[in-house]
Ligand binder design. Structure first.
Ligand SMILES: Cc1ncc(COP(=O)(O)O)c(C=O)c1O
Length: 479
């Protein structure tokens, strides 16, 4: 009797299995246990901020559309939107279905050995919704990876005599070391040894750009977010962009538009640069490109730029896709995401409901001028800037309080955000550089009714006035 073809299920493994948590056990971890695990194995310092805002008491059990649902079944309206990663809201049914079918059909995932029908289709779709000859696509797994690909393709195309990159004050392009070198946050730069071929200019200052191009022929690339997200939702004047395009053409500098946060329909056009009738040489997308379910980033370059950089068999592998670039289920998720974006008119919805949101916030700003300094943004990328603490205080306290403004920056929006969450079940986002800014990047499926719900909550919190906002916060901390 032959047993050669029968594989025993127990291979007599000698390697002992560690005491793992299973998937089902993971789902049932309670707050206390998650807190312990985060402290022991992840980022204990980060808990400080989560505790201040009250985030550490919430366990999300489910998420659907515009809402999270916590351990007590409470709904939380999501105006944070994962910093722009949730254009479709949570668990969009068409995106779930595409993923489910793909898994059930046991399709292939890794796109390295053979041509992938999914990666090639996604590349085609991205070229189809990108203007001009932005036709060549590199797929990765994050915004940082897409932006790394962007600065590398530009540097190769610019040639070895022109390796310098111009970037902007208050920029954010990611945390991997290449793009960290053109990210303007001292906190993130963290005294790392970064690449030194960079030149910093004020954002939106065309004269500074021209002065840099003129004075340094080694500059080959300029990298700019079309709308600065981490900087606090900052736009350049509309005429900056055509002037930038003209300057880049004149000096032979390649323009990389970082659309990781502001792209994918968020501002009411697929790319934010489309508002200005110009096309960059290279761009990058991530966040909602993954449909809120997959980690996908893409660099999209003009064909001649790409071909100069990697167009021959000898150069093709210099920056070919990484292991997970174009992976099957992620690509299929993005293909479906792009189809849903247009089928459901979400770009137009971002423009229309975004206008409504900004108008309603303007009304609140006029109602609470001592608290709110400015409302700005476009579509569903909105910044709500609060005054420094001293300016929001009663007149008699201002001179004393103003000495503390720097230290207290960000605390007023922090207090307001924590009240919104605790008392109204509304989630908002904060901002890296200008901490006085609350960032609103709700899913693009957001309706006027969702905006009304949000505005009613914000109105109630601001109607308390600054003193009660502070005392309520302190009371909640000691509770
Ligand atoms: C404009 C911009 N570029 C790049 C990135 C980096 O993306 P990721 O966090 O996916 O690496 C971000 C992330 O917030 C971003 O806002």
């Amino acid at each position: 009797m032959s047993t050669a073809m029968t594989l025993p299920t127990d291979l007599g493994a000698k390697t002992a299995k560690p005491k793992f948590i299973t998937v089902e056990e993971a789902k049932t971890l309670d707050i206390k246990r998650m807190y312990e695990l985060f402290t022991a194995h992840m980022n204990p310092g980060q808990l400080h901020f989560m505790k201040l805002l009250g985030f550490h008491k919430i366990k999300i059990e489910r998420a659907e559309g515009m809402y999270y649902y916590d351990q007590d079944g409470r709904k939380i309206l999501d105006f944070f939107g994962g910093f722009g990663s949730l254009a479709f809201g949570h668990n969009h049914p068409r995106i779930l279905e595409a993923r489910r079918k793909f898994a059930e059909e046991k399709r292939q995932e890794i796109a390295i050995a053979f041509l992938s029908q999914y990666a090639t289709a996604l590349a085609y779709n991205l070229a189809a919704c990108s203007p001009g000859d932005l036709d060549m696509v590199f797929l990765g797994s994050s915004g940082s990876e897409a932006m790394e690909a962007a600065i590398k393709v530009a540097e190769r195309a610019a040639g070895p005599a022109r390796p310098k990159i111009v970037y902007a004050e208050n920029s954010f392009h990611g945390k991997t070391k290449g793009v960290l070198s053109i990210t303007d946050g001292p906190l993130y730069r963290g005294q790392f040894k970064l690449v030194d071929n960079t030149v910093r200019v004020p954002f939106g200052d065309i004269d500074a750009v021209e002065a840099a191009f003129k004075s340094d022929p080694a500059i080959g690339t300029i990298v700019l977010e079309t709308v600065q997200g981490g900087g606090g939702i900052i736009e350049a004047d509309a005429d900056f962009w055509p002037k930038l395009r003209a300057l880049c053409d004149k000096y032979g500098v390649l323009w990389v538009a970082d659309e990781v946060q502001c792209g994918f329909g968020r501002t009411g056009k697929f790319y934010a640069f489309e508002h200005y009738g110009v096309v960059p040489d290279v761009t990058a997308l991530a966040k909602s490109l993954g449909g809120g379910k997959a980690a996908v980033g893409a660099m999209i370059a003009r064909r001649d730029v790409y071909m100069k950089a990697y167009g021959t068999p000898k150069t093709a592998m210099i920056h070919a896709m990484a292991t997970f670039g174009g992976i099957g289920e992620a690509s299929v998720t993005s293909i479906e995401a792009l189809n849903v974006l247009y089928d459901e008119g979400l770009i137009d919805n971002a423009a229309e409901v975004g206008d409504y949101l900004i108008a309603e916030l303007g009304t609140l700003q006029r109602r609470y001028p001592a608290l709110l300094k400015e409302v700005r943004g476009r579509g569903m990328m909105v910044g709500l800037e609060f005054h420094d603490f001293s300016q929001a205080m009663p007149m008699v306290l201002r001179p004393v309080m103003s000495a503390l403004d720097d230290k207290l920056k960000g605390s007023l929006p922090g207090f307001v955000g924590s009240h919104l969450l605790r008392d109204h079940g509304v989630l908002v986002a904060f901002t890296e550089y200008n901490r006085n800014v609350i960032r609103l990047e709700p899913p693009l499926i957001c309706t006027r009714a969702n905006v009304d719900e949000f505005i009613t909550a914000l109105d109630e919190v601001m109607s308390r006035g600054v003193v009660k906002i502070v005392t309520d916060f302190v009371r909640a901390q000691v509770r």
